[in-house]
Design a protein around this ligand. Structure first.
Ligand SMILES: Cc1cc2nc3c(=O)[nH]c(=O)nc-3n(C[C@H](O)[C@H](O)[C@H](O)COP(=O)(O)OP(=O)(O)OC[C@H]3O[C@@H](n4cnc5c(N)ncnc54)[C@H](O)[C@@H]3O)c2cc1C
Length: 455
């Protein structure tokens, strides 16, 4: 699609959604400016150097094989997925003082582990419990329109109707809910869970989990910024959008007012900020319009990211480990392939649901994580923590409460020259890296359609 004119676009937010949107618009020949408040790009998926000169991440990031638009973006910028990621084809489940299990995820790349994992692991999941997993296969054939109907139910309510096996709920579904959207099964829309199952089941060969081969800044965001700059995109760092100015006479956005007072004007404005950052900036005359009032009402969930350096190796696995029966929902040892560290293991953990721990101090959170993971893995219990980073994200995703996922807004708004990008806008990968790239791509398509209509 080639735009008839060349209107200027300004994008607030240099996370994956804003950058994906900038890429598509620049490729179509539009002049684009990206504004980012932090000194680095990538937002919630970013990595940054700490005071010791070591890379740390906002949080552990699983890369699903089904992330097709993110993989395409990586290829376009000259960072093919095979250079950025390593793939694993199994998923380990542990539980404090309980059994553990290893399940293969891919019948082609890991046929033996997939078959043996399904037939074995009976201490973790009994044969009847495994059979009761069958309703999870149904979403493979359900179209998106029907899946959306499950947004009325929580995972717990849906599971009670579909099967009811308590063992599956506690040992498989609850750990998944906590690991993929950092929310418990009682607060988790069944549409969200079944949507993830759908996206994986329709691409069985892509049922793999990717780990990063290094910090995302040098792996992705620096090359993406270079790609954008080569195509004329202006990226302004450490520039914070303070207000969004609206002209009630024209019914259009008149500019982004930056902290410091500058008014930045353009023809088209894209908000690629998190919903909860955008909500208080919605111009007063628009606040009670149903479209914008809905955004202000979207529920949010916190998460806590804990990164621990140990004095010894505590696991030989490079893949992901889900922990059932603990709020230390998922962890990975990143010491070999992501952030090489010769002294021992370097573990990245997500604490979820994080709500009850948000007022705990750092030492208490680290002690809790060490004790819970230690109960599941005795080598962790025996090891000493030599360094720690705890990042509390007060609001990190739209909480997938029943109804919230279908209420997410589209990328076009009732204001002709205002568009939305972000993992919280409508797309089928919910709050995730792929969801952010899809939100950004869909936003760019909406902008180009509007430009071609003569905006
Ligand atoms: C702890 C954690 C773990 C996660 N784990 C996974 C995972 O395992 N797998 C997965 O796929 N996804 C995961 N995610 C989700 C994923 O990171 C997000 O869905 C995705 O990065 C969101 O991208 P975005 O561009 O929509 O938003 P953001 O990344 O939030 O981008 C918004 C940008 O706007 C900037 N900004 C904010 N305010 C202003 C302002 N006033 N002016 C200018 N700029 C501003 C921010 O600094 C940020 O760069 C995780 C997220 C977190 C926090």
């Amino acid at each position: 699609m080639v735009p008839r004119q060349n209107p200027r676009v300004v994008i607030a937010g240099g996370g994956l959604a804003g950058l994906a949107c900038a890429k598509k618009l620049a490729e179509a020949g539009l002049p684009v400016t990206v504004l980012e408040s932090l000194p680095y790009l990538g937002g919630r998926a970013s990595t940054f150097l700490d005071q010791d000169g070591e890379w740390v991440e906002q949080g552990l990031h699983l890369f699903l094989g089904a992330y097709a638009q993110f993989r395409a973006l990586l290829r376009d910028i000259g960072r093919p997925p095979r250079e950025v990621l390593y793939w694993t084809d199994d998923l380990k489940f542990e539980s404090p003082s309980g059994p553990s299990a290893l399940f293969g995820t891919n019948p082609v790349y890991a046929p033996l582990r997939t078959v043996l994992g399904g037939l074995g692991n009976n201490k973790y999941l009994g044969p009847l419990a495994k059979l009761s997993l069958l309703p999870l296969l149904a979403p493979a054939v359900l179209p998106e329109k029907l899946l959306r109907r499950f947004d009325r139910l929580t995972v717990v309510d849906w599971w009670r109707r579909a099967s009811g096996s308590k063992q599956v709920l506690e040992r498989v579904l609850r750990p998944f809910c906590r690991a993929i959207q950092f929310t418990d099964a009682e607060q988790f829309s069944a549409y969200n869970l079944l949507g993830w199952a759908h996206q994986t089941l329709i691409r069985p060969l892509r049922a793999r989990l990717g780990g990063y081969r290094g910090a995302r800044d040098p792996q992705i965001f620096a090359p993406l910024a270079a790609y954008l700059k080569q195509r004329g995109v202006e990226i302004r760092m450490q520039v914070e959008v303070d207000e969004i100015e609206y002209d009630a006479n024209t019914g259009r956005i008149a500019g982004f007012r930056l902290v410091g007072g500058e008014l930045l004007t353009a023809d088209i404005y894209v908000v690629a900020l998190p919903a909860w950052v955008f909500a208080p900036k919605i111009p007063q005359p628009l606040r009670n319009e149903p479209f914008f009032a809905n955004i202000r009402d979207l529920p949010t969930a916190p998460a806590i990211s804990v990164q621990l350096w140990f004095d010894r190796v505590v696991t030989r696995r490079d893949g992901y480990i889900l922990v059932a029966g603990s709020n230390c929902a998922v962890y990975q040892d990143q010491s070999r392939r992501t952030y090489p560290y010769a002294q021992g293991s370097r573990i990245s953990v997500i604490v979820s649901p994080a709500d009850p721990l948000m007022d705990w101090d750092e030492a208490a959170i680290v002690a809790h994580v060490h004790a819970d993971l230690g109960a599941a893995n005795p080598q962790i219990a025996a090891a000493k923590v030599v360094k720690q980073v705890v990042l509390k994200h007060e609001r990190h995703l739209i909480r997938p409460l029943p109804g919230a996922m279908t209420r997410r807004p589209m990328q076009t708004t009732p204001v002709e020259n205002l568009f939305l990008a972000g993992d919280w806008t409508q797309q089928v990968f919910f709050g995730s890296q792929e969801g952010a790239v899809r939100g950004g791509n869909a936003c760019a398509r909406a902008v180009l359609r509007a430009v071609n209509r003569g905006l």
